[in-house]
Design a protein around this ligand. Sequence first.
Ligand code: IVH
Length: 728
Amino acid sequence: MPSDDRSAAVPTTDDPSARAESLRRQIRRHSHLYYVRDAPEITDAEYDALFKALQDIEAAHPEVVTPDTPTLAIGGPPVGAFGKVLHPHPMLSLDNAFSPDGVRAWGERVLRRLADVDPDVAVDVDHDVDPDVDRDITSNGEVTADALTYVLEPKVDGVAVALRYRDGVLVQGATRGDGTLGEDITANVRTIRGVPLRIPAVDGPLPDGVVIPADLEVRGEVYLPLDGFAAMNERALAIEGRTYANPRNAAAGSLRQLDSSITASRPLRLITYGVPDPHALGVASHWDLLNALEAIGLPGNPDRRRFTDLDAALAYADAWLARRSSLNYLADGIVLKVDRLALQDALGSVSHHPRWAVAYKTASEEATTVVVAINVNVGRTGKLVPHATLEPVGIGGVTVSQATLHNEDYVTERDIRVGDTVLVKRAGEVIPQVIKVVPELRPSDALPWHMPDRCPVCGEPVTRTPGEADTYCTNAACPEQLVRHVEHFVARGAMDIDGLGEKLVAQFVSDGLIADVADLYNLVPADLEGREGFAEKRIANVIAAIDASRHRPVRRLLIGLGIRHVGSTVAAALAGAFGGLDALAAADEAALTAVDGVGPEIAASVVAWFAVPRNRALVERLTAAGVRVADPDWVPPAVASAASDGSTLPLSGKKLVLTGTLPTMTRDEAAARIEAAGGKVVGSVSAKTDYVVAGEAAGSKLAKAVELGVAVIDEAGLIDLVGSGIQM
Ligand code: IVH
């Protein structure tokens, strides 16, 4: 399935030389967008497919290989801004396999090559291996499958880095760049939690025979754990009104900050997976290398395993890939490596990748199918959202027959038409997306799609504000909008009214019993009697559930009102700051943005909502119906934060040390802000310290922090940390 679908991207001409050249052009362009611009236009799966298509053509027609083909090189040049770092050993990429058979084929290539190499190499190998494995290497150097052990490591999807330790001190951190020339990001790397500034970072003896070379380069992946990424996005939305597209881009962006205190405020992590010259550590296998690195204090992946049998390795790989979505990081596959260094050496590398390793990736989460229809849904805010009905297609074990098309621009930019063959992607829990059209397969009678100019439900005109992407139904009484709003209002996270399903709500609306959510509180048992499935007991339960919801905290009511950008976190912050809807309605944008976690976009949205007479009338009607619009035991925030146990505050459980003179805050002010954010100010730096806040003329505490690898931030970094304070 994957290769067929992907072949859609390959030009249809039969001339292999022209096809190869066209693929090279595409690969170079996408490589530049990915490595240099950090703005990829295609997915890794699509890129890999292009790369593989080119490799296949070149393998079948060696005469079309050119000296500059990307299969013989990697990446593009780095962008300016940072200093340059030359990688004495190029940072290579990995060969890919997309199926168990692909991995087996790699295993066979490995065996064939080892059998072909100079028998002397194999005899040398003989000296290095475990005695119980040795028997499989015959005296004439013949290597059989059993002689090999394999190490498996998750392929963490982040940013590749090279760290250099000289005499045990971290002296340089560099990005991969084009593989030969990277960027100097030493200052930023130093701020990453878990990156030791000095090795060995932990006391105790090193494993037998392990030595730390005077000049050690370690390679690994810097990434953002998914929970940290979510928190970062929530902050970015509140403060800057924007979010990062994915954890990889966010990690890359965080590492490329010219101001390293910003990097320090990001929850980046490192996992190491190799060194260019492992022999220098006194180890004979990759497995021992990873264990040695961990013993020195360089984090490794706990899911790594070693197998003596490729099928057993594959079984583990498949099991691991199957539970990949439950991990707290993104992984784009699992890497299999030949364990023994002598065998790695014998296998060597091609210019793109080492022969001794392969990245095993799951079958694509993409497929092509045909658009059967494009329809429009009306959301609770009146937003018109187009979606495609698809000819059902299996993607990653799930049948997909619908995909969102987001908004009018999404459709017109991609020129998606009914009848088109499209590439559809499904990632994790996310709703399937139409990525692009395969233009070659468009029927000649397919017409461009346009957003209807009237609401498909109520027939009233729709509007779209210039400069904005979304189209709205202008009819505040549009029945579909109302049904969606009631559904949202009664949902578990909002007013939590059980027993009001979509069907019943739609009936209430079409019967004219409900014209807004406040009408729910006017329902009487007679309104439910005689409806299918509603016996006396069930009617009583629904009425009781509606009644009970009158006493929900204001935070929940706020979520239920469905104000744009006011989700659970923002609602909690607003309820904590204002205590009730009257005070909130009276707040201007300045008062709103003074609340931690509320940025200008959210503030404007709240003000705009309360400015609509219909919304103010709704609040009045809810109040009259006895719904709680102010929290009875609310206390103003200054008092509340002192009383809080701090468990949800941005610095809860964190220990910070202040040193030097900060540019604008006195030491007392800084301490007060840290404590209000749930943190603790301590006097001296230890390995347990989370951050050292350093100002001008910082002295021995700063030196100690650097020595121990504690994150050092400045006043701006501190404001960044406490600024995210959201009172729940
Ligand atoms: S080995 C010389 N091991 O994947 C071998 N790479 O597609 C090259 N990556 O640039 C790297 N996890 O950034 C290796 N366990 C792992 C990895 C890993 C992630 C990244 C690495 C590399 C890219 C190659």
